[in-house]
Design a protein around this ligand. Structure first.
Ligand SMILES: Cc1cc2nc3c(=O)[nH]c(=O)nc-3n(C[C@H](O)[C@H](O)[C@H](O)COP(=O)(O)O)c2cc1C
Ligand code: SF4
Length: 505
């Protein structure tokens, strides 16, 4: 049991300022915070940026970066004597092969964007308007009016699950407990996804305004922004926008703002793992229910919302929920799609929800080579074959196709891609990033990776039992990571049986 006065939420800050997991630091942080040393060690080893503070240049070996020559880059750095290490994902698929030196210059981003358009809720290329007029409307018309507009808009969560926003807002607002929190999920870690990074860099005031509106409507006193640690200057961009808005007197003084760094654990994008991280613990997802709207941060009602979701709020209130709803083609709203892999102009493309990949590819200058397959929503969405590029890219259509829109990190693969290698890359990612809490995921991700390696090594029977393993992982894992981790392999086997031996069809 934790000593009563232990200051657990300070563990990250203390570990970080001490330089991560170095000899002597665990004891030092224990003496500072009162948290047991074993707990601190457990936290420090869980997060890669704390566990390996001296790893040098991180080279992303996610799927898109591998396709673009990440292994070669890593080998070249090693040959020239630059300390470098392979890294699960850096959230820079538009700059593949991506690398990042935490000690060096902050990474700059130059992806392609969809042209500015008045029907977009985010409009990444718009001049930052920062009027805060939607927040003023909430002051004038009240929280119930705002909630009605959010409901009318049909906004569904853009972090991956696609859950209706208004249900969560009303659930938090309806709690008797008055200590409430708003949490911004800016941990964007799904390989293939880099839209939230660009929303914060290009339209930070939309995010600040959306958060301020949520706090006002739900009568929350504290806003926490949890920002991916590998994103360099992104958190600073958000903080600068807050300072600017405050200096202009746009915000309510009674709300406290907190900015927290992620420390390199993909699983902390899962909302309850994120809450654990905010509380200074290992990012292990909680069992649900209870949901965060009832029992969230510090056990209090909490609204957790993705960056893109929250950034849609100002436009919804200014232009009306109905306007947003109509902006989508098959489901409400405009949507940010991230395109990477074998495309001419990797970048973030805003389009009506339900646009097809064929149309998106036209905007992105087409495929480099001939398209063979694609992942519509990051690693978790598995693979679909090229003949499905006319599917509407929305939550329902992709679910019905056995995949998912997720966070809309679309990775395109051309016909030079070896699907066994592609599935193996995703399997390595999920095994690395499994929090290890439940055995179907912890052991299942190992089995999937090992079976693929054996198959690649010439063992034609290696994949014989993989569907049963996948079934167990899907059914029995606690969170979405384990539930989706086998999909890259099973979908590749389904659509490209010739590459997996006909027996496995
Ligand atoms: C393994 C896993 C990783 C996730 N990563 C993210 C993430 O990086 N960013 C995010 O907003 N949501 C992520 N989610 C979804 C969150 O759990 C949650 O649904 C979301 O933050 C809610 O916000 P939204 O309703 O605005 O989408 C992840 C879910 C799972 C299962
Ligand atoms: S499914 Fe995987 S990541 Fe999720 S709780 Fe279980 S072990 Fe952790």
């Amino acid at each position: 049991m934790l000593p009563k006065k232990a200051r657990r939420e300070e563990v990250f800050e203390q570990l970080e300022s001490a330089g991560g997991l170095q000899p002597g630091n665990v004891g030092k942080v224990h003496r500072e915070t009162g948290v047991p040393a074993a707990d601190i060690f457990g936290v420090a080893t869980f997060y890669s940026l704390l566990a390996e503070p001296d790893a040098g240049v991180r080279v992303c070996t996610g799927l898109t970066c591998k396709l673009a020559g990440a292994d070669r880059l890593l080998a070249d750095l090693e040959t020239e004597g630059t300390p470098a290490t392979s890294y699960s994902c850096l959230g820079r698929c538009d700059m593949a092969p991506a690398s990042w030196d935490p000690e060096g210059d902050p990474a700059t981003t130059e992806p392609a964007f969809s042209p500015s358009h008045p029907d977009f809720a985010i409009d990444l290329l718009a001049a930052e308007t920062d009027t805060y007029s939607a927040l003023r409307l909430v002051h004038d018309k009240g929280a119930e009016w705002a909630l009605d507009e959010v409901e009318a808009s049909g906004l569904t969560g853009r972090g991956g699950a696609g859950f209706p926003a208004h249900i969560k807002w009303r659930a938090v607002r309806g709690q008797e407990v008055t200590e409430r929190y708003i949490v911004l999920n800016a941990d964007e870690g799904e390989p293939g996804t880099f839209k939230d990074r660009e929303v914060i860099l290009r339209r930070p005031h939309l995010v600040i305004e959306g958060l301020a509106i949520a706090a006002r409507c739900l009568e929350a006193q504290d806003i926490y922004a949890y920002v991916r640690g590998e994103f360099g200057q992104v958190k600073a961009s958000l903080m600068a926008a807050l300072d600017e808005a405050r200096a202009r007197g746009e915000l309510d003084d009674d709300v406290r703002w907190h900015f927290v760094d992620g420390h390199g654990a993909y699983i902390c994008g899962e909302e309850t793992a994120l809450l654990e991280a905010l509380e200074g613990k290992r990012g292990m997802p909680r069992m649900k229910p209870p949901y965060p709207v009832e029992v969230g941060f510090r056990g209090k009602p909490t609204l957790i919302q993705n960056v893109e979701s929250i950034a849609c709020i100002p436009a919804i209130l200014e232009r009306g929920g109905e306007w947003f709803k109509q902006a989508g083609r098959t489901e409400p709203g405009s949507k940010l799609y991230c395109l990477s892999g074998h495309v001419e102009r990797p970048g973030v493309y805003e389009a009506p929800m339900g646009i097809t990949l064929r149309e998106l590819l036209e905007q992105a200058g087409g495929v480099t080579g001939t398209i063979k397959a694609f992942s519509p929503g990051g690693a978790s969405s598995g693979f679909l074959p090229a003949d499905q590029i006319d599917l509407p890219m929305d939550f329902k259509s992709l679910r019905e196709a056995g995949s998912m829109l997720g966070s809309a990190g679309v990775v395109v693969l051309n016909d030079t891609t070896d699907m066994v290698e592609a599935a193996l890359t995703q399997a390595v990612f999920f095994e690395d990033e499994s929090c290890g809490q439940c055995s179907p995921c912890r052991i299942g991700t190992q089995i999937v990776r090992q079976a693929l390696e054996r198959y690649r090594g010439g063992d034609g029977d290696a994949l014989a039992f993989i569907r049963e393993v996948a079934w167990g992982m899907r059914e029995a894992s606690i969170c979405g990571l384990g539930q989706a981790a086998s999909l890259p392999l099973t979908s590749a086997m389904k659509y490209f049986p010739q590459e997996f031996g006909d027996d496995n069809e």
